[in-house]
Structure formats: structure tokens, C-alpha cells
Design a protein around this ligand. Structure first.
Ligand code: SF4
Length: 168
């Protein structure tokens, strides 16, 4: 068993980053150019989970791994909404998150760019009304762009970012 994880072929596989396909390379190029032009080479995301199953967050995290490497395009996550260029909202709006979320939205800069990510903020899917859920986020905020999926794949999120860039 130990040999399985210490053998040469395992080490080689661990060191090898797979190559991006043509579409991903094209997306990288587009995003990098648009971020440079519209956000001075640095797009700061503030990500809010307003009551998700964590599926969407896992897909977002994947985008910062060495393969997708969003940081290399100038995209970073910030931890203060007032420092953010873009709010990314996942999940439903729960009763507990509602007040906090209103405040976060108010604290955004005046452009108030918002991406709703996943089916939860737009359609409340796959959840039904319960005592803990207020409603879908898009009832309170008008998103600049919505990225559909439950959850959307990393590639779908990237395609969504490209479309968002065309709107700003
Ligand atoms: S859209 Fe789907 S994956 Fe994303 S938070 Fe909602 S239930 Fe989870």
C-alpha cells in the first residue's frame, strides 16, 4: 500500500498539472484582458453563503487550485465587503442571514455588482419553504448576472464570469 503512494509513477502524476483545453485558454485570455481594462488588473470578490449546501462553494474553491488558477488572472477573494468589486451570492436567504446580507449589500461600493451563483438564489431549488428560509436572494437584490446550475461546474462559473464582464 505504501509503495502505491511513494512509487515513481505516483509522484510523477502528483507533479503533473493537466493541460487546459482550448476553451479554458480562451476564457483565461478574455478574463485577464477584461479585468485589466475594467478593474485595473484586480477583481476582488466577496463571497457570501446565505444558506447553501456548500456545493457551490466547493466549485468556487476549485477555481483557485493550480489548474484553474484564478489568482493568476487577477481575481482574489476579500473578507470585507467594502473592499469588494463584486459580491458573489450562493444559497438561499435564511432568516438568520437576512439582516447581515442587507448590510453587506449596503456596504458594497456604488456599482453594487452582484452575481447570484447556483439555482438556490434564483429559484430556491431544491429547497421548499420552511421556518428557517426567508426566500430566494433574487427577490431582494437585482443580480448583475446569474450563473445557473446545482451546482455550476468550474467551467460554467468561468463562462458566467465572462458574460458578467460584458455587462459591466
Ligand atoms: S444551487 Fe445546488 S449546489 Fe448550490 S447551494 Fe444550492 S443546492 Fe447546493
Amino acid at each position: 500500500m505504501l509503495k502505491l503512494f511513494t512509487g515513481d509513477s505516483f509522484k510523477k502524476r502528483c507533479r503533473t498539472v493537466p493541460k487546459k483545453d482550448v476553451e479554458l485558454l480562451h476564457i483565461d485570455k478574455l478574463l485577464k484582458a477584461q479585468i485589466k481594462e475594467k478593474f485595473n488588473s484586480s477583481l476582488k470578490l466577496y463571497i457570501v453563503d446565505s444558506g447553501s449546501c456548500s456545493g457551490c462553494e466547493m466549485e468556487i474553491q476549485t477555481l483557485f487550485n493550480p489548474f484553474y488558477n484564478l489568482s493568476a488572472l487577477g481575481i482574489e477573494v476579500v473578507y470585507e465587503s467594502k473592499h469588494a468589486d463584486l459580491l458573489v451570492l450562493t444559497g438561499l436567504v435564511t432568516e438568520n442571514m437576512y439582516v447581515e446580507l442587507r448590510q453587506i449589500y449596503e456596504d458594497l461600493n456604488e456599482s453594487k455588482y452582484l452575481i447570484t451563483l447556483g439555482d438556490c438564489p434564483a429559484f430556491q431549488a431544491p429547497f421548499h419553504d420552511t421556518f428557517a428560509i426567508r426566500t430566494k436572494g433574487s427577490s431582494y437584490f437585482t443580480p448583475t448576472h446569474h450563473i445557473a446550475g446545482c451546482p455550476p461546474t468550474p467551467k460554467e462559473i468561468l463562462r458566467g464570469l465572462v458574460r458578467f464582464m460584458k455587462k459591466v
